[in-house]
Design a protein around this ligand. Structure first.
Ligand SMILES: [Fe+2]
Length: 501
């Protein structure tokens, strides 16, 4: 007993919470300590200052775990449609198109990577050439230019260093030669702004730089990112809605199954709420990966698993998907926790993993382009979000939507090589060449919605509760918040399923 209490205190302190000395021994007997920690992290997530778990807190956590356990006793999820609910979406025709973005496999040797980067460079070069008319034909061509001449060059960023004088020197290459681009530390407002934006450049991205030739250097005056042109709002006749889900993590002890089932009941009109009319409009659901928790994804994951068999995890997921009304079309992507190759782009789930004979459930690649009632959706699990957060000043796990905007500006889902595992392929299918109306990601378990140049960006959070791992790293997930986009009004509403009755 004493040991369990000591262990709980240790796990909690890892998550920045102190266990009060008088926390009742009896309260924790026999209950999974990781689950108690998860509940307490959640309960204390809004608290400022010192976080102390009192005996009352521990008791509440334990009784909530018991409620979850009773709710989870295996029984098929039953979601019935009430007679009075005639959903609008059941009366309109589905109108969808799927464009997979799988990798074109090569032999996986060095040449594969050469082709891959060449493809990235040439596709993004085309985009950048529309932004400037005076681009030098190649970096090699600079050697014939007179000193002092103004040039625009396009290339892939190789590396960036700070020189002894505090300037930034960046190496860019385009397959013909390498350019040394200097960003001078400057006092003037414009100079300082340019110098600061140089800090936002990430390795392996493709950019254009306007500058002046000076000896072996190009002295930078302007950075051009590929960027997206302003996107016009589409006129959609039927008021279909698209719901966005990701990071369900079926099989995890922290999967919030009761809340998820509540959301399924809401879709079927079984919940009396203000948003009932909205539920009836949902014609499409995009599920952005990490649909199960997987096995062997990180060390000692078993401690956090409720279902240790990967096939069983997908069977439970299948049960949940089957309770979605059949007039709703569901598009399911894999993520890094799923049992397909981790390298991106990821192929759709194979039939051996999950085989559903339902016309409304579609397993698709990650990333994937979908057109739903005329609305273009780019769905991506989001593995590339994390390296971007680490590389670009000012980005954080709290605002995934800001990171997504940086991806749009770079027209790439994961520019930093080594940030994600990529498949050597003839085509770089993580390039964003088709600009979407909605850009959807998950992965970091934090909801966020924004708009950039007319493109709506949405991170759909998660359906997994607070894990000890997140507590340890100070991450603040926002589970069980469902963003829904209405095509006619072009508006997002987030429906809150955190409170379960
Ligand atoms: Fe993920």
């Amino acid at each position: 007993m004493e040991n369990a209490k000591r262990e709980l205190a240790r796990l909690l302190s890892n998550a920045g919470i102190f266990l009060a000395a008088d926390a009742a021994e009896a309260a924790i007997g026999g209950v999974d300590l990781n689950l108690i920690v998860s509940k307490l992290i959640e309960a204390k997530s809004g608290a400022e200052g010192l976080k102390i778990a009192t005996p009352g807190d521990v008791e509440r956590a334990v009784s909530s775990i018991e409620e979850d356990r009773l709710a989870k006793t295996p029984k098929p999820v039953e979601v019935s449609r009430t007679g009075s609910f005639v959903p609008y979406a059941s009366e309109i025709e589905a109108d969808y198109r799927i464009e997979a973005r799988d990798a074109e496999q090569t032999e996986g040797n060095v040449n594969g990577f050469v082709d891959y980067f060449r493809n990235r460079l040439s596709r993004l070069r085309q985009v950048l050439e529309t932004r400037s008319h005076t681009v030098a034909p190649s970096i090699e061509a600079l050697k014939d230019y007179a000193a002092g001449r103004e040039v625009v060059i396009i290339g892939m960023v190789n590396s960036r260093i700070t020189t002894r004088n505090g300037n930034t020197m960046m190496l860019m290459e385009d397959g013909t030669a390498e350019a040394k681009v200097m960003f001078m530390k400057a006092e003037s407002r414009e100079g300082a702004a340019l110098f600061a934006s140089a800090n936002r450049i990430v390795n392996d991205e493709v950019i254009a730089v306007r500058g002046r030739l000076s000896g072996p250097f190009v002295i930078a005056k302007e950075i051009l990112w590929p960027d997206v042109p302003i996107r016009e709002r589409k006129e959609v006749e039927e008021d279909a809605a698209i719901a966005f889900i990701s990071d369900v993590h079926v099989g995890s002890k922290f999967f919030m199954e009761r809340n998820f089932v509540k959301m399924l009941e809401w879709l079927s009109g079984n919940v009396d709420s203000k948003s009932k009319a909205l539920a009836g409009k949902v014609k499409y659901i995009v599920i952005g990966g990490d649909v199960v928790d997987g096995i062997g994804i990180y060390p000692e994951q078993e401690e956090n698993l409720a279902i240790l068999d990967i096939y069983q995890q997908y069977r439970v997921l299948q049960g949940l998907l089957e309770s979605i009304p059949d007039y709703i079309h569901v598009f399911v992507l894999p993520g890094d926790h799923d049992a397909v190759q981790m390298a991106e782009p990821q192929p759709a789930f194979p039939k051996e993993l999950i085989d559903m004979d339902r016309g409304n459930i579609h397993f698709v690649s990650n990333p994937c382009n979908l057109t739903l009632h005329g609305i273009d959706v780019l769905a991506y699990h989001g593995y590339g979000l994390v390296p971007m957060i680490h590389a670009i000043p000012g980005l954080s796990f709290i605002h995934p939507e800001e990171v997504m905007i940086e991806m749009l500006k770079r027209r790439h889902l994961s520019p930093i090589y080594g940030g994600s595992v990529i498949v050597p392929s003839r085509n770089d299918n993580l390039v964003i060449d088709r600009i979407p109306d909605i850009f959807h990601t998950g992965h970091i378990h934090k909801n966020g919605i924004s708009e950039y140049h007319g493109v709506h960006v949405v991170n759909s959070g998660s359906w997994q509760g607070f894990t000890p791992y997140q507590g340890k790293r100070g991450l603040q997930p926002t589970p069980c918040n469902l963003p829904v986009f209405e095509a006619k009004s072009y508006r997002f509403t987030t429906v809150d399923f955190t409170g379960v009755v």
